[in-house]
Design a protein around this ligand. Sequence first.
Ligand SMILES: NC(=O)c1ccc[n+]([C@@H]2O[C@H](COP(=O)([O-])OP(=O)(O)OC[C@H]3O[C@@H](n4cnc5c(N)ncnc54)[C@H](O)[C@@H]3O)[C@@H](O)[C@H]2O)c1
Length: 265
Amino acid sequence: MNTLDKFNLRDTLAIITGGAGLLGRQHTEALLDAGSSVIVLDNSSKNIKSLETSLGSHNNLHTFKIDITDEKAVLKLKNTIKKRFHNYPSVLINNAAIDPKVSGDNVESGSFESFKIDTLYQEISVGLVGAVICTKIFGNDMAKNKGGVILNISSDLGLIAPNQEIYENSYKPVSYSIIKHGIIGLTKYTSTYWAREGVRCNALAPGGMKNDQSDKFISKIEKLIPMNRMANQDEYKATIVYMCSDASSYMNGAVVAIDGGRTSW
Ligand SMILES: NC(=O)c1ccc[n+]([C@@H]2O[C@H](COP(=O)([O-])OP(=O)(O)OC[C@H]3O[C@@H](n4cnc5c(N)ncnc54)[C@H](O)[C@@H]3O)[C@@H](O)[C@H]2O)c1
């Protein structure tokens, strides 16, 4: 097979959790570009509407408003998908997470001293339990069908501790470190569990993406990154296609950091 053909995702059905969010929509666009049909699971009507508006009426885009922490709802949806698409999803991107804002307006302090345990439960229920539910339900089908790829979205903060000096009057909360490190544990577990059934599982650890952060925050974080800049919004797309396609057919249990070199320092 021609090398570039291995990146082709035509006839693939992919699921992306939180696929209508900031980074999720980049994953959605990337897989659509590679020819996949994409099913976005997101619990925000506002984000889904905005995604549909920006992508127009793309024939291969399908959105479902669902809370991925609700196992029964995800199971029901799996059956709906089977009936509607006559195909089973062979790609799952566990991307949804609550990414607490630590720059700009309306930020919570996030300090360890004032950290609310309820917040930990709430964030774990999406970023870890939600990923476990989707992996259990869709991964099981992939294993029965003898093939599939699961990609978990971690973070550079799944590999290193946050440098609290860059946040203005706030802290990156402990929950984020726990969840982003935890999803790497889920990745390694899953990568061995169904390996013989042809299901691969890897993690992507992206660095911070430029969005609406303050100039002060940007200049501080840039100093922590050897390439001296945050990621542009489209800079993970090609890696997403690579990690979800046959182009990465021997990659399993890997954690790929794309962070301008931040975790090398
Ligand atoms: N943005 C970055 O710079 C960055 C950097 C590294 C890693 N990440 C990781 O990328 C992922 C996406 O981050 P983002 O910045 O796009 O966040 P985001 O908040 O923009 O998107 C998250 C999406 O998940 C959805 N969601 C939340 N709870 C849900 C639930 N219970 N059920 C279904 N959907 C739910 C939200 O509605 C939202 O659309 C996260 O895992 C985050 O940790 C982001």
